[in-house]
Ligand binder design. Structure first.
Ligand SMILES: NC(=O)c1ccc[n+]([C@@H]2O[C@H](COP(=O)([O-])OP(=O)(O)OC[C@H]3O[C@@H](n4cnc5c(N)ncnc54)[C@H](OP(=O)(O)O)[C@@H]3O)[C@@H](O)[C@H]2O)c1
Length: 240
């Protein structure tokens, strides 16, 4: 297969919001889509059948990231955008200090984005598109803090810092922004009581779904002037 140009790379694209973004890029743009996934599942095959390039990679595994960069460089001559979507949602009981799970939060949310930004910088610069973007997905709760997910939120807070740092380092050629979503999509095992509580936290009490992430990504990628920003996507949660 010949190498593709102006690709959009989405990490953790095998399900939910990541998979939605893969589909949107395929349907709404001409950019070839490359996505990483960790767990093989039917949705990955569906996305490949639509034309996306899928690369399996567990960001916590030793040597996974250098291997990923090598494969990307075989398949892609230039990158239009990188979207750091891969994420682990663990509470403090699931990820106590010094555990593998604690380290995994920082590998997935901090080390992998830094490594990919540094090692794919030349492919972004090789894009002939008017704009080049890196977008990370952190979490609205970074600015509010919940006392059950301190490690998770620390790692997402670090991700925001990573994006601001690269916005400075890569300006003016590459824009780097973060989207900090509040409730977007419930998890399968969330019960009705939890859902009600979460909905009541926002001025706009809806489960908006991945479409609002797409709207934010679309805005950021088409903006000529926004870089180093944290876009709060919170349904007015900060008002309550
Ligand atoms: N959903 C919401 O309401 C919400 C709210 C706030 C922030 N966000 C943020 O928005 C983004 C997307 O949310 P989501 O709910 O769609 O997330 P999600 O369902 O948890 O999916 C995240 C993806 O990350 C991948 N991943 C996890 N561990 C990995 C590892 N070790 N190596 C490589 N990939 C790994 C998973 O891959 P596999 O499935 O292949 O294992 C999964 O596809 C995330 O960054 C999340 O923090 C979402």
């Amino acid at each position: 297969m010949s190498q593709v140009k102006n690709a959009v790379l989405i990490t953790g694209g095998g399900q939910r919001i990541g998979a939605y973004l893969v589909r949107q890029f395929i349907q709404q743009t001409d950019y070839p889509v490359v996505f990483t996934y960790r767990t093989p599942r039917a949705e990955v095959h569906e996305l490949v059948s639509l034309g996306a390039i899928a690369i399996q990679c567990d960001f916590t595994a030793q040597e996974a990231l250098p291997g990923l960069v090598e494969i990307i460089k075989e398949k892609v001559v230039s990158i239009r955008a990188i979207i750091h979507n891969a994420s682990l949602w663990l509470n403090d009981k699931q990820a106590p200090p010094f555990s593998e799970e604690y380290r995994a939060l920082f590998k997935v949310h901090v080390e992998a984005p830094i490594f990919l930004n540094q090692n794919l910088h030349s492919l972004l610069l090789a894009s002939n598109d008017k704009f080049k973007d890196i977008i990370s997905l952190s979490d609205y709760s970074v600015s509010r803090v919940t006392d059950s997910h301190i490690a998770y939120l620390s790692s997402k807070s670090a991700l925001q810092t990573v994006s601001k740092g690269f916005a400075k380092q890569f300006a003016p050629n590459i824009k780097v922004n973060d989207i900090a979503p509040a409730l977007i999509q419930f998890n399968q095992n969330d019960d009705e009581e939890y859902k009600k509580k979460r909905l009541n936290q926002s001025a706009i009490p809806i489960e908006p779904g991945a479409e609002v992430i797409w709207q934010a990504v679309d805005y950021l990628m088409n903006s000529s002037y926004t870089t180093g920003s944290i876009l709060q996507l919170d349904g007015g949660r900060h008002l309550l």
